[in-house]
Design a protein around this ligand. Structure first.
Ligand code: HPA
Ligand code: ZN
Length: 326
């Protein structure tokens, strides 16, 4: 239909994509073989069959296990190339890509290997795929603020290779406020700031992300709807939320797509963008998320174009390229 083609073709940016969550089972097996690793699954279909989650933690367990096959810089290059090819087919023209440095350094893969590998793909992404790219390094909140502070020191040795920092992994019990000093130091270094908040955690974590960390966008943020004052604040200050509809369903944040809070956020005047989060694990890339909200929530062509426009405006793109995409 015309709407389906809008969902896929409208120029958009992706602001909430974990590159390790774009690891498709086919590539998992290819990299395992190349690296001499044996996987505890008979094949691709068996692995894909494990992608049934009860909550965020049950996903994270598989996500951190899966990325064990990423060893060399070339592995990260292939992963990023694979994502870019799929994203390009769904209308993505710019991507601000999350990666989890600690998930690699803690298993003996150097930060430099990860950065070299990703950059070997991303440096030519615009020419090869029509997608400009930036990297955002996320801290694993469940590993605490001291380890995050040490990782920031290491990241600052590569300051020019990333555009910003984020905060992800298991949310409950790990409030943003714990990372105040880390974020403050990153801000002083000129890094842009985002954080996951209000995915499984309470609205109070979204307040902390805003008021303690000073983030420019909130990743997920859907639990903000539990707090009217917070919703007003997000709308008034035009703080974008990077919403991930298929992710929220697959991690059981909502019963099904028809119950998704996206329409309520839009009605309240909150700036929202549509994103894939971990596309290999959650059943779709960003265009698939657009199609899903079109089909299940009844967003029409005008609304889909508005989400795409929001994604360009909420990006950290320089003005000249931003205008190209609007
Ligand atoms: N939430 C928190 N941490 C994550 C996610 C997510 O959806 N994906 C990868 N790390
Ligand atoms: Zn995420």
């Amino acid at each position: 239909s015309a709407e389906t083609s809008t969902a896929l073709r409208v120029p958009k940016t992706e602001l909430h994509i974990h590159i390790e969550g774009a690891l498709e089972p086919e590539l998992t097996f290819a990299l395992a073989e190349r690296n001499g690793l044996t996987l505890p699954y008979a094949g691709v279909e068996e692995l894909r069959g494990k992608y049934e989650f009860g909550d965020l933690q049950s996903f994270l367990d598989l996500y951190y296990t899966g990325m064990n096959v990423l060893r060399s810089a070339a592995d990260f290059t292939e992963l990023a190339d694979d994502y870019l090819a799929r994203a390009a087919a769904q209308g993505v023209r710019h991507a601000e890509i999350f990666f989890d440095p600690q998930a690699h350094t803690t298993r003996g893969v150097a930060l430099e290997t990860v950065l070299d590998g990703l950059e070997a793909s991303l440096a030519s992404s615009e020419r090869r795929f029509g997608i400009s790219t930036e990297l955002i390094a996320c801290f694993l909140r469940d590993r605490g603020s001291e380890e995050a502070a040490r990782m920031l020191d290491e990241l600052l040795e590569h300051r020019q290779r990333i555009i910003g920092i984020g905060l992800d992994s298991a949310e409950l019990g790990h409030p943003p406020g714990d990372f105040a000093a880390v974020f403050s130091r990153a801000r002083q270094a000129g890094l842009r700031l985002v954080a996951h908040a209000g995915e499984e955690g309470p609205a109070d974590y979204v307040w902390q992300a805003l008021d303690v960390l000073g983030v420019e966008r909130v990743d997920h943020g859907v639990r903000a709807l539990d707090d009217h004052e917070l919703v007003s604040r997000l709308a008034r200050d035009r703080v974008p939320l990077t919403v991930c509809p298929l992710s929220n369903v697959r991690l059981r944040g909502v019963e099904n797509l028809r119950e998704h809070p996206l329409p309520r956020l839009v009605d309240a005047g909150v700036i929202t963008t549509i994103n894939s989060d971990d596309p290999s694990y959650f059943g779709g890339y960003v265009g698939d998320n657009f199609r899903a909200i079109e089909r299940e929530l009844g967003f029409g062509e005008t609304a889909l174009r508005e989400f795409a426009r929001n994604s360009v405006e909420a990006s950290f793109l320089r003005e000249s390229r931003r205008e190209q995409l609007l």
